[in-house]
Design a protein around this ligand. Structure first.
Ligand code: 5AD
Ligand code: SF4
Length: 451
């Protein structure tokens, strides 16, 4: 039956266009690459113009409420377009579709949506399209995994940087976080599959690989293979020809000395560490179920700095967690100053359905906004000081793209993940160059091309 359907629609998608909007984290971005790969495989071509596209897809995020509200707004705005062009196909996928609350909103209030699928059903997309065309009725697939560990090289960001999933899901249940609900329990991919994928990428000319997982440090914990994250990282670093190796995200409670040793040992493992702190107050950390203290966090961050001089450290911070008081917040500011972060993702606490924290009374919005502003006022001068240290230095940069505001300027990243602006010809995109740093802001460093 399925084969027959596939046969009928074999040429149906040739020359048709799709537009994809991605909300959320790198994991979602990578899922979108897989979605794009599957659509292009059946004949679709990508377009940046949403209104013109034959298929419009939203890959959703649930981590904070604003991404959820934005999605409803953007999908709702297509109602008229769909009424006037019923042949257009509207698809909503990803984390939001994994929870019944958000899915029901789309199912009940957004009749314009034709296909719905979850984070574990990406590979079903071609089939869902065939089923939709056959029946003309809305198709939903949020079933548990159909195909396991079937990754191929789905990367479409560019031809020199790739994301590689090493695990999915999370078992940590931080009290504010919806990820264990939306992405399910932790599951690690087999090391041999990961290595093979990276070897193929390197053979194709990829220079930089980022290993992805919600908590890469617990890689292998529940598996039948005996490989820890530091061991996996070492195997990856040994792949011939791999120039840069990154990974994200690390939970501070599991950051081992072995991991620090491996980063130190291999030149191609980047000297950059994303270490989400969330809060600098022991009371709030306990309430958040983070399973480390501020002392332990500081000790780990300072150990990284001591063992790997020049390493840059970024973090995630949530302000306004329901039990956070002024004193707790001051402690967060204090730890920020003590660590000296290079950059940070800062969030206002957002209650998420069916999380432990959602049962607590939220703090007044104005207090949260005031703390948020004070956090940025504390962080920006720290970032500025960190970037100032680069003045006069020559750094190696992998050039990634033209700058949005000035096409003569290219942007790239150092090994330490500093965003660099440099005047250079766009034929150098995808290449390593040397840049002498002459200027900086809190968020970028810039300078002159010297080779
Ligand atoms: N509210 C605000 N920020 C959140 N994050 C996760 N859940 C929430 C929430 N409910 C932040 C955390 C996490 C990052 C990916 O998103 O800081 O590390
Ligand atoms: Fe969410 Fe905590 Fe898991 Fe990170 S470690 S994904 S914050 S539950």
């Amino acid at each position: 039956m399925q084969l027959k359907t596939n046969e009928i629609y074999k040429d149906h998608f040739k020359g048709k266009t799709y537009n994809i909007t991605t909300f959320g984290c790198q994991m979602n971005e990578h899922d979108s690459e897989r979605i794009s790969y599957l659509l292009e495989d059946i004949g679709y071509k990508k377009t940046e113009n949403r209104d013109e596209a034959d298929l419009i897809l939203f890959n959703t995020c649930l981590v904070r409420e604003n991404a959820e509200l934005k999605l409803y707004g953007q999908v709702g705005s297509l109602k008229k377009l769909k009424e006037e062009n019923p042949e257009k196909i509207i698809v909503v996928s990803g984390c939001m579709m994994q929870t019944s609350v958000a899915r029901e909103v789309i199912e009940k209030k957004h009749k314009e949506v034709d296909i719905i699928f979850g984070t574990k059903n990406i590979n079903s997309l071609p089939d869902l399209l065939f089923r939709y065309l056959e029946s003309g009725e809305r198709v939903i697939d949020i079933s548990e995994d159909n195909v396991k560990d079937d990754y191929v090289n789905y990367n479409s960001k560019n031809n020199f940087q790739a994301y590689v999933n090493i695990m999915r899901g999370c078992d940590n249940f931080c009290s504010y976080c919806i990820v264990p609900q939306s992405r399910g329990r932790e599951e690690s991919r087999r090391p041999s599959h990961i290595i093979e994928e990276i070897e193929n990428l390197v053979r194709e000319g990829y220079k930089e690989v980022t290993l992805l997982g919600q908590n890469v440090n617990s890689y292998g914990n529940k598996s039948d293979f005996n490989v820890t994250f530091p061991e996996l990282l070492e195997k990856c670093a040994q792949i011939d020809g791999l120039k840069r190796l990154r990974f994200t995200t690390s939970h501070p409670k599991d950051l081992s000395d072995d991991l620090i040793k491996v980063i130190k040992k291999y030149d191609n493992i980047c000297n950059y560490f994303h270490l989400p702190m969330q809060s600098g107050s022991n009371k709030v950390l306990k309430d958040m179920n983070r399973k480390y203290t501020k002392e332990k966090y500081l000790e780990r961050a300072l150990k990284l700095k001591e063992e790997i001089p020049g390493i840059s450290i970024s973090t995630d911070i949530i302000v306004g967690y329901p039990t956070e008081d002024e004193e707790d917040f001051i402690e967060t500011l204090d730890v920020c100053k003590k660590v000296g972060f290079d950059s940070a993702f800062t969030f206002k606490y957002s209650p998420r359905p069916n999380t432990k924290a959602s049962k607590l009374t939220p703090i007044n919005d104005m207090i949260v906004q005031d703390r948020f502003d004070r956090l940025l006022d504390t962080l920006y001068p720290i970032f500025n000081e960190k970037n100032k240290e680069y003045l006069g230095k020559t750094v190696e940069v992998l050039l990634e793209s033209e700058s949005k505001n000035n096409r003569e300027v290219l942007t790239g990243r150092t090994d330490t993940f500093k965003l660099v602006h440099v005047k250079a010809d766009n034929s150098l995109i995808g290449k390593f160059v040397k840049v002498k740093i002459t200027d900086h802001t809190s968020f970028t460093i810039s300078g002159d091309l010297i080779s």
